[in-house]
Design a protein around this ligand. Structure first.
Ligand SMILES: Cc1cc2nc3c(=O)[nH]c(=O)nc-3n(C[C@H](O)[C@H](O)[C@H](O)COP(=O)(O)O)c2cc1C
Length: 172
């Protein structure tokens, strides 16, 4: 089968990661693939905030856990996170960032890594403590985070979800 298609069909969300760190060159490649996503009018308004700092990841987890009132909240133990942000008023912001997220998920898979989209900043990113933490990281105040990608070496296979029926209609 064509390699690109095979990569699409075999990618799975991974929610358990090994301790082994993601090498910097692979991480760079994943993020680069994100930046190569298509964007409406080629505006490239998205920004990528990448961290492998245990301190930063724990502080983000903690501030989000507080805001979500869920002390157990976590990123599945991933030691690498990529946040994709876009201006809140960007007409195609969510679409652009979503294309970037998918590019990165497929790139990670192609490079032998697992990943999972983490969504909860969408719900708590405007809470004052979370917003100020993000600003402190350098996220522009007028941006929101569309998704966090947790990346790491998979410690599970992930689940194949069969496609629902009737997803596709061919029109005459
Ligand atoms: C917009 C979006 C938000 C998601 N948010 C989360 C999330 O917060 N936590 C999580 O574990 N998975 C999240 N996922 C992953 C989905 O649960 C996953 O893609 C779906 O169950 C299908 O599994 P697959 O990716 O292995 O095909 C998200 C996926 C998308 C596209």
């Amino acid at each position: 089968m064509n390699e690109v298609l095979n990569n699409i069909y075999t990618r799975r969300s991974i929610r358990r990661f090994r301790e082994q760190a993601v090498p910097k060159d692979l991480l760079d490649e994943i993020v680069r693939a994100g930046t190569y996503a298509p964007t409406g009018k080629n505006l490239q308004l998205f920004r990528f905030f990448v961290t492998q700092s245990a301190h930063t990841i724990e502080n983000l987890r903690a501030v989000m856990a507080d805001a979500l009132k869920n002390p157990a909240y976590n990123f599945y133990g991933a030691k690498t996170l990529v946040m994709v942000t876009v201006p809140k008023d960007a007409v195609n912001g969510i679409a652009d960032a979503s294309c970037a997220m998918e590019n990165m998920m497929l790139a990670a898979h192609a490079l032998g890594l697992g990943s999972c989209w983490i969504n909860q900043l969408k719900y708590c990113g405007d809470e004052p403590e979370v917003a100020s933490f993000l600003t402190g990281l350098g996220v522009p105040a007028d941006h929101h985070c569309v998704g966090i990608l947790a990346v790491g070496y998979a410690a599970e296979e992930g689940t194949l979800h069969p496609r629902k029926e009737n997803l596709v209609t061919y029109l005459d």
